[in-house]
Design a protein around this ligand. Structure first.
Ligand code: ADP
Ligand code: MG
Length: 235
């Protein structure tokens, strides 16, 4: 991490988004620092993916602003892992990342090797993506998202549908990326993993953050003994 990069990696102010008559986000603000893992938790349909898409710049919001101060010289600003990453079958993991790396500036071979290494897929780099397990496919999606070393990483339910060991492995990788200075925003239903790995947790409910704080703060606030129990007291 360079000394002069700003501490705030992402700042969203008063994000509002409606679909037809339904107001999904009614003024959501969020700041994430470099090296921070910020988790967005909330019931199904509470607007997590909608918020992440706005933060990632994939969708425009009705109102509000998102700013991502330039943190690192020439680095890609945002990496995004969609809820259901899909890769074209018949190509190896390495060639798949090579395809995406080409879309970015930089040294493709170095970037691909570094990404595979960061997500722990070096050993299966030459296997066809169709032969990878669900967890490895998600790790490959994470590898695609970290190509070009983005300052901000946005992950939409990276653990959904995976077994607990793979969820832990994924969150371990996320923790390593944050330790290297990446700001991570992750939507997740895996509350035990969130409790262990997130620095801050934002509970999205009713269009706003019903609670925000470190896992320990949310436990203290609700008198619960786990984040899962705290969550149920908040929503
Ligand atoms: P979450 O990710 O928390 O499950 P979403 O952000 O996917 O929630 O969805 C929030 C709400 O917005 C849901 O009611 C969903 O049906 C609605 N929604 C999301 N995207 C669209 C869209 N493009 N058009 C209409 N409604 C949408
Ligand atoms: Mg979603």
């Amino acid at each position: 991490m360079s000394e002069d990069a700003p501490a705030i990696a992402l700042r969203a102010r008063s994000i509002e988004q409606s679909f037809g008559d339904v107001e999904v986000l009614s003024g959501v603000s969020l700041s994430v620092e470099r090296g921070e893992v910020a988790a967005i938790v909330g019931p199904n349909g509470s607007g997590k993916s909608t918020l992440l898409n706005v933060l990632a710049g994939i969708a425009a919001s009705d109102d509000g602003s998102v700013s991502i101060p330039r943190g690192r010289g020439g680095a890609r600003s945002v990496g995004y892992l969609p809820q259901r990453p899909a890769f074209r079958e018949g190509f190896s993991a390495r060639d798949t990342l090579g395809f995406y790396a080409q879309l970015l500036d930089g040294d493709v071979a170095d970037d691909v090797a570094a990404s595979l290494d960061r997500v722990g897929l070096g050993e299966v780099a030459d296997r066809s993506v169709g032969s990878l397990s669900g967890g490895m496919t998600r790790l490959l999606g994470l590898g695609e998202a970290v190509l070009g070393d983005p300052a901000v990483l946005i992950l939409d339910e990276p653990g959904s549908g995976l077994d607990p060991a793979m969820v832990e492995r994924l969150f371990d990788v996320v923790g390593d990326l944050a330790a290297d200075g990446t700001a991570v925003v992750v939507a997740s239903h895996e509350l035990p993993a969130v409790e262990t790995h997130a620095d801050t947790v934002h509970v999205l409910d009713g269009g706003t953050f019903a609670a925000s704080g470190s896992p320990a703060e949310l436990l203290a606030e609700t008198g619960a003994n786990s984040l899962s129990a705290a969550f149920l007291r908040i929503v």
